[in-house]
Design a binder for this molecule. Structure first.
Ligand code: SF4
Ligand code: SF4
Length: 300
């Protein structure tokens, strides 16, 4: 039975494709964007994350752990990842929800059972399922099996991808996908590398190949002030869309909602001063891209 590591399943989503959708978030991502609002989704394996602000220093987590993986340093629990088997006993025992098990292995059948619960809403709204991440193509067999299951049930499928994947996997996924939400972060490869940890050649090459065999691609452009929101970069992206026969672009304005999650996963948020673009600025960007003949929407 095919299984994968699922980070979250969100029902009644209206920002990840047409209509009302269930969004399945798969764990693991090959990029590490500075603005990522789901830092706990980057690591491919399940993990326990700790929120010091919620912790009561009660010690119950250490007592619950059968592996002796939790010790205390000045009242603060410290987790030994070499001993931890990611069983989740500590997070279940924690009275303050300071410990959280992020990611769990699920079979395709289990995920489809969750998806089926909202079937009536998909049918009424023209919605369906969106598989997102992390990066869903990091688990290609699970992704294909899940999409296949949706297809067999007549459920509309959307895949939200950063495009950094093996072409063979993407080509296979394209046969089972109605709509691709395809992220483009920057057209300049060195800046792309600086902001996301990888260069953009593979992403752009995959987009070109995909546009030849699939006609349901929507480009998604995160608008990150000072990093990628200059008109030169945005218009270059827009012209690429036009050249590839892609007519729809979604602009996703930066928000700092995920910033407080970074301490929980032991990382430092590197854009603490960044302010979200104003609605006026977003409208200006949309208007510029519309001059290229693109259908532009602000938001997902
Ligand atoms: S997840 Fe399990 S093994 Fe890991 S620290 Fe918690 S109780 Fe111990
Ligand atoms: S059980 Fe929760 S609240 Fe208590 S020490 Fe452990 S993490 Fe902190």
């Amino acid at each position: 039975m095919t299984s994968g590591i699922v980070f979250d399943i969100q029902r009644f989503s209206t920002h990840d494709g047409p209509g009302i959708r269930t969004t399945v978030f798969l764990k693991g991502c090959p990029l590490s964007c500075l603005w990522c609002h789901n830092p706990e989704s980057k690591q491919a394996e399940p993990a326990v994350v700790y929120d010091t602000a919620k912790c009561l220093r009660c010690g119950l987590c250490a007592k619950a752990c059968l592996q002796g993986a939790i010790s205390f340093d000045k009242g603060i629990p410290t987790l030994d990842s070499n001993r931890c088997v990611v069983c989740g006993r500590c997070s279940k025992r924690c009275p303050a929800e300071a410990l959280e098990l992020v990611g769990r292995e699920m079979t395709v059948v289990e995920v489809l059972a969750e998806i089926e619960k909202d079937r009536v809403f998909y049918d009424e709204s023209g919605g369906g399922v969106t598989v997102s991440g992390g990066e869903p193509l990091i688990q290609p067999e699970f992704l294909c099996a899940l999409l296949q299951g949706c297809r067999q049930r007549g459920i509309h499928t959307t895949v939200d991808t950063c495009g950094h994947a093996q072409w063979q996997a993407m080509a296979k996924v394209s046969e089972l996908t109605d709509v691709f939400l395809y992220d483009i972060k920057h057209m300049d490869s060195s800046k792309h590398h600086e902001f996301t940890g990888v260069s953009n050649e593979l992403i752009l090459e995959n987009l070109k190949c995909l546009s030849r065999i699939h006609h349901g691609i929507i480009l998604r452009l995160p608008i990150i002030p000072g990093l990628n929101d200059d008109l030169e970069n945005l218009l270059m992206t827009g012209r690429l869309a036009v050249d590839l026969g892609i007519s729809q672009v979604h602009l996703l304005p930066y928000h700092g909602i995920g910033a407080d999650k970074y301490t929980r996963v032991g990382e430092v948020y590197r854009l603490p001063e960044l302010v979200a673009p104003s609605p006026l600025r977003m409208e200006q960007i949309a208007a510029e891209l519309r001059t290229l003949g693109l259908k532009v929407k602000i938001g997902g």
